[in-house]
Design a protein around this ligand. Structure first.
Ligand SMILES: N[C@@H](CCC(=O)N[C@@H](CS)C(=O)NCC(=O)O)C(=O)O
Length: 198
């Protein structure tokens, strides 16, 4: 089969999502390290965002589309269940996390973090309830919904405020600690941020 190439920076949560999908399924891939708006990524994303992907004649961008393609194309455990209702629950949580929670939780500086503090607390309460039943975001098993959230929590728990909120949200803490032990998570641990581009 053709080589699977993932394009992007390993520090990006969205790049980590597609790499974790490969790791969970046991799919070999090559990471081409490229920054947003570099020539490599502009070739596959109209707005220059990471990640991108190439597999034979197939060129893709957007983490959800790439993860879905990998799940459907390769053998290995399904990260999106076949059952329509369960698949829709995964879709629902990927959408909530990417449209509401990621913009709140992934903040670049102190002023921005302070401004989103109340919203972030509310979102932690919601997550704590969501994972309380099965220890997963959607259904009974580990899915793309979890893969999509864990890289964000990795950065959140490194901030003092995030660590504090996490400590208070006992179910989220247990969820994070359990899944952070997965080889797919450990094997994709991001290196420190690269120096600013010239
Ligand atoms: N919806 C996109 C989001 C990708 C994204 O925002 N990537 C960030 C890095 S984590 C990026 O490339 N940012 C540069 C920019 O927005 O110009 C996906 O799911 O792949």
């Amino acid at each position: 089969m053709a080589k699977l190439e993932i394009i992007g920076m390993p520090q990006s949560t969205f790049v980590r999502v597609v790499r974790m999908t490969c790791e969970e399924k046991g799919v070999p891939y090559e990471l081409t390290v490229a920054r947003p708006h570099s020539a490599e990524i502009n070739a596959v994303h109209p707005f220059g965002k990471v990640p991108g992907m190439r597999h034979g004649d197939v060129e893709l961008c957007e983490s959800k589309a790439i993860a879905t393609y990998i799940d459907r194309t390769f053998d290995g455990p399904k990260v999106i269940p076949e059952d329509p209702a369960q698949a829709a629950q995964v879709e629902q949580w990927v959408s909530i996390v990417n449209t509401v929670m990621d913009p709140t939780m992934s903040k670049p500086n102190r002023a921005a973090i302070d401004a989103v503090f109340p919203a972030m607390q509310q979102q932690f309460d919601i997550l704590d309830k969501a994972v309380s039943g099965t220890g997963h975001l959607a259904g009974n098993g580990f899915t793309l919904a979890d893969i999509n959230l864990l890289p964000i929590l990795f950065y959140v728990q490194k901030m003092p405020e995030g660590a504090e909120m996490m400590k208070k949200a006992g179910n989220v803490t247990a969820y994070y600690e359990r899944h952070a032990a997965r080889p797919s998570f450990k094997n994709t641990t991001p290196p420190p941020p690269p120096p600013p581009s010239q």
